[in-house]
Design a protein around this ligand. Structure first.
Ligand SMILES: Nc1ncnc2[nH]cnc12
Ligand SMILES: [Zn+2]
Length: 330
């Protein structure tokens, strides 16, 4: 049956601040005296209406987290929920800009998140890693600052560097230096592209940022030559179907290109992006995509295999995860 807990899953694309449940944001906001009524309604759900207001809601929700313990609670809750849905591995996007805006040092932020990841691992066995992101609409200097901060403060669980934020602003060339520095420091690289930008945005990310993973990338479907290039170069797409439908990139899941991309030989993974904002979870993504496009349990396992192969973790961890994936076969 589609979407069963016993199909092992892996997530490569989830913004940890975007994974905060509204109730947790409300609780911490109350402690800090911050008014979040503009982004959480009376039913306890996030409110936003388009990509711009979503990003603003995400910024305000992020701003309530002020202490390492808040971040530990956030990451522990997320990874426990992920494990409860059958996930064996997760990578979270962390946003040092949001933490420093809230008054926390990069080191305290990472140590808080790492404590939560370790606690969830001790309880459930789930492996977790962090990808530090620069925010595109904060500009070149801010993104380079994040790269320098990550390189100057290495942490064993921070294994990647990425670019998120508003794809409609700033050409990838502006971030080439930050990505070169991060790549030379041994970090895995990924960039959001082809979510609100078209195929040219994906091509520019590949050419200027030298990434082998693309966040979203789904609008590649609009250019046949690009689809062929992605397949040939074995680029992995971190596809977030529920997010794309919630944000109006596609009207309904049936019209989402994830199945066409997969059939064209593109390596795809399934991800939740900002789960409570989009009323989704990783388990729901696997289940709904499988139900909509007729993916079997074996197809879902192949998606998890792709995610593990493309994960920003060491070879030994990958081999252990692949062994877990294979041994879970009924
Ligand atoms: N879906 C998304 N696209 C770009 N930046 C983001 N930051 C959080 N969610 C995002
Ligand atoms: Zn994202």
């Amino acid at each position: 049956m589609a979407g069963e807990v016993n199909v092992p899953k892996a997530e490569l694309h989830c913004h940890i601040e975007g994974a905060a449940m509204p109730a947790l944001v409300q609780k911490i906001a109350k402690r800090e005296g911050i008014d979040v009524s503009a982004i959480i309604d009376a039913r306890g759900q996030y409110v936003w209406s388009d990509f711009t207001t979503f990003l603003a809601a995400y910024d305000l929700a992020s701003s309530v987290f002020r202490r390492p313990g808040d971040y530990a609670q956030l990451s522990e809750t997320y990874f426990r929920m992920l494990a409860a849905e059958g996930a064996i591995y997760g990578e979270i996007f962390i946003s040092p800009d949001h933490a420093t805006a809230a008054g926390l040092s990069y080191k305290a932020y990472v140590e808080g998140l790492a404590a939560g990841i370790e606690r969830a691992k001790a309880e459930t066995g789930i492996e977790g890693r962090m990808i530090a992101i620069g925010v595109r609409h904060f500009g070149t200097a801010a993104v380079e600052r994040v790269a320098r901060e990550v390189i100057a403060n290495p942490h064993p669980l921070v294994t990647g560097f990425g670019l998120a934020g508003d794809e409609r602003e700033g050409h990838p060339a502006n971030f080439a230096k930050a990505f070169r520095m991060a790549g030379e420091a041994g970090l895995g690289l990924t960039a959001h592209a082809g979510e609100f930008g078209g195929p040219e945005s994906i091509m520019a990310a590949l050419d200027f940022l030298r990434v082998r993973r693309i966040g979203h990338g789904v609008r590649a479907i609009e250019n046949k030559a690009l689809v062929e290039r992605l397949a040939e170069e074995r680029i992995v797409l971190e596809v977030c179907p529920g997010s794309n439908v919630a944000l109006g990139v596609y009207p309904v899941l049936r019209f989402h290109p994830v199945n066409l991309l997969r059939r064209a030989g593109v390596r795809v993974t399934l991800n939740s992006d900002d789960p409570p904002f989009f009323h989704t979870t990783l388990g729901r993504e696997y289940a709904q995509v499988s139900r909509t496009f007729g993916w079997t349990d074996e197809d879902q396992r192949a998606v998890t295999r792709t995610a593990i192969e493309a994960a920003f973790c060491d070879r030994g961890t990958k081999e252990r995860l692949l062994a877990r994936l294979d041994s879970a076969r009924a």
